[in-house]
Design a protein around this ligand. Structure first.
Ligand SMILES: [Zn+2]
Length: 313
């Protein structure tokens, strides 16, 4: 039954953060500050335990240190993000800060790689030919095309803005989840920073087929939210559908608000007031549209959470 034990171990390691052993550590003296300590790093000056004379091993380690070579390495973290995304995020927000590469740094390294690789394989990243469109534009329109051009050139920031829109629905719809209930805004920001990186990795598949990308985005959000919040298949699916609906409405709101700002109100006597009321109307309509699905999801989730807390008879 060795294979079954191995499988059990694999499944267990899938949802658990990496273990660290503290057995058989010998006392060392730090070559940097002279402090005697046990462990991998000096607690006074933080120099590594093995760092003394410069050896060939040290030369190699220094070069590889750009990516790290342990669980905190970039390749290892990217693999974890693909293999156990929800568990990785869960580990991180539960306080296991050493399980992975720094998430914000990782996002911008992946974004840089995205731009470089897309240029090498000659895949057009933009949707509109910005240089042509931007030629005879003035005022607001020019500004909007300039921002669009900037976002296309900075996919890290663009992906971060797109995923951050998920924070509001996630906060409300997953507030009473079996795991990680009542997450704070900073915790949610970090969830979406991880998701931005994951979505950028998925965006590489655009060069193969748009169909695969559009299929992978909801699939990975599903895997991640299921592992992170612990709802069942249907519990995760309908809640995520509500989140995506709200995300769509909010994204359209941003586009419409930008258009209201961009289109000059020629017929109106007071263009400033016309624009102002245009924005107010759009904002109110959007708030009403998202309030309905969000409050329904909130109330159902609160009720099921109360039922879960009651002891079974
Ligand atoms: Zn020291």
């Amino acid at each position: 039954m060795a294979i079954i034990d191995k499988l059990k171990q694999l499944v267990l390691s899938y949802s658990q953060p990496p273990r660290y052993s503290d057995e058989e550590l010998e006392e060392l003296q730090c070559p940097n500050c002279g402090h005697a300590f046990k462990g991998n790093y000096c607690p006074i000056c933080s120099q590594g335990a093995g760092d003394g004379h410069i050896t060939w091993k040290w030369v190699g380690k220094s070069i590889l240190d750009v990516w790290g070579m342990d669980t905190r390495s970039l390749p290892n973290t990217l693999l974890q993000l693909l293999w156990r995304p929800g568990h990785l995020i869960s580990d991180y927000i539960s306080g296991h800060r050493q399980v992975c590469y720094k998430p914000v740094n990782m996002l911008f390294i992946v974004a840089l790689a995205y731009v470089v690789i897309m240029q090498i394989i000659g895949h057009e990243v933009g949707i509109v030919d910005v240089e042509l469109a931007g030629e005879d534009l003035e005022g607001y329109n020019k500004m909007i095309f300039a921002s669009y051009e900037w976002l296309v050139a900075h996919p890290g920031w663009a992906m971060m803005i797109l995923t951050m829109i998920m924070i509001l629905p996630t906060l409300i719809v997953f507030r009473f989840a079996p795991r990680h209930s009542r997450l704070t805004l900073p915790e949610n920001i970090f969830i979406q920073i991880f998701m931005s990186t994951l979505m950028l990795i998925i965006a590489f598949t655009i060069s193969v087929s748009n169909g695969i990308t559009i299929f992978l985005i909801p699939l990975y959000y599903y895997i991640c939210y299921r592992q992170l919040f612990g709802y069942t298949f249907w519990g995760t699916t309908w809640r995520l559908a509500v989140c995506f609906l709200v995300w769509l409405i909010l994204t359209f709101y941003v586009i419409i608000a930008v258009l209201v700002l961009a289109v000059p109100q020629y017929e109106s006597n007071n263009p400033f007031l016309a624009t102002f009321f245009g924005i107010v109307e759009t904002t109110l309509a959007t708030a009403l549209l998202i309030a309905i699905p969000l409050s329904v999801a909130y109330l159902i989730s609160r009720k099921t959470a109360k039922r879960r807390q009651q002891p079974k008879l």
